[in-house]
Design a protein around this ligand. Structure first.
Ligand code: PBG
Length: 309
């Protein structure tokens, strides 16, 4: 009767990994229960999620190795796996809100989130041009919301301009505004095949020790036109979720309960050391309590099932 925080399937966004090929379902070893699927299988998966009361999915592309090159141009191909998956969901008549990850790391042969120069420095402004093309290709396929995840400076403003000048004014932007350089992304890099082949992402993702830069990054993205803000990872950063929520009242805030957080719970539960359902519902509730309106989580389907029972 006096509970302050609610948690329902409508608060959860389910991530989906989309591969090339057809009739493919590839289980991901470090993320038990999660598989990559080909675009022709995505409608079935989407339907199951919708029946559980989930209202939104976020799509990540996992292209075949031979489609990758240093420019990452497969990321904006109109016939890429993500573009085909968006079209499949939308033409099926599904009411799901389709969000897409906008980044180059799964598409570049070196695994970095943008264009590199000869000395392996990430070229921020050259990368913006590619991000504009990716966002427009997703919007043309029918995406409702695009989500730039590479921490490239100016991405939100550049994408807003590209969408507006190509007739996609109504497509929204979910900014991965506050993304830390985190060890919690380990399993995702196996899932999406996007690990950097040399170096790391500490020049553009945030230092886990810092809060001030998080607040400035969130403000910049709001000023550039973000419709949603995200903090990532979630559990180890709930103080940041809370601070961003308080600094930007009224801007929908998303917490990303990332792959490493998922893998730890699954491993401990498989060993019989923790109560999976208890841990998951408690963790998701704490993210909501900290100020997240929405949560991207690999537990989405299980949690929705538990919340319905
Ligand atoms: C980059 C991206 C990453 C994640 C989402 N988008 C990986 C990274 O920055 O290395 C991680 C998500 C997770 O761990 O669940 N496109």
């Amino acid at each position: 009767m006096v509970r302050e925080t609610s948690l329902s399937p409508a608060h959860l966004i389910a991530p989906l990994f989309i591969t090339d090929g057809t009739q493919a379902t590839q289980p991901i070893q470090s993320m038990p229960g999660i598989s990559r699927v080909s675009a022709d299988r995505v409608v079935e998966v989407a339907q199951d999620l919708a029946e559980l009361g989930i209202q939104s999915v976020i799509l990540f592309g996992v292209p075949d190795q031979d489609r990758k090159d240093p420019s990452g141009k497969e990321s904006y191909s109109p016939n890429g796996a993500v573009q085909r998956a968006i079209r499949a969901i939308k033409t099926s008549g599904s009411q799901l809100v389709v969000i897409t990850d906008v980044c180059m790391c799964e598409y570049t042969s070196h695994g970095h989130c943008g264009i590199l120069d000869d000395n392996h420095f990430l070229q921020n402004d050259e990368t913006l041009e590619a991000l504009r093309r990716i966002a427009v290709s997703h919007a043309e396929a029918g995406a409702d919301i695009v989500a730039p995840s590479g921490m490239i400076d100016g991405a939100v403003g550049a994408i807003r301009d590209a969408l507006d000048t190509s007739g996609h004014q109504s497509v929204g932007i979910l900014a991965y505004a506050v993304k830390y350089a985190s060890a919690f992304y380990g399993p995702f890099r196996e899932a999406a095949g996007g690990a950097p082949s040399f170096g790391d992402r500490r020049t553009h993702q945030l230092d886990p020790a810092n809060r001030g830069i998080a607040m400035r990054e969130a403000q910049l993205d709001v000023d550039e036109g973000a419709d949603f803000l995200m903090v990532k990872p979630a559990l180890a950063y709930l103080d940041i979720v809370s601070a961003v929520h308080e600094a930007h009242p009224g801007v929908p805030l998303v917490a990303y309960n990332v792959s490493g957080e998922y893998a730890m719970v699954k491993a401990a539960a498989a060993a019989g050391w923790v109560d999976e359902q208890g841990i998951v519902i408690e963790s998701l509730t704490s993210m909501r309590r900290a100020g997240a309106d929405l949560i991207i989580t690999y537990h989405a389907a299980d949690a929705a099932r538990w919340l319905k029972d």
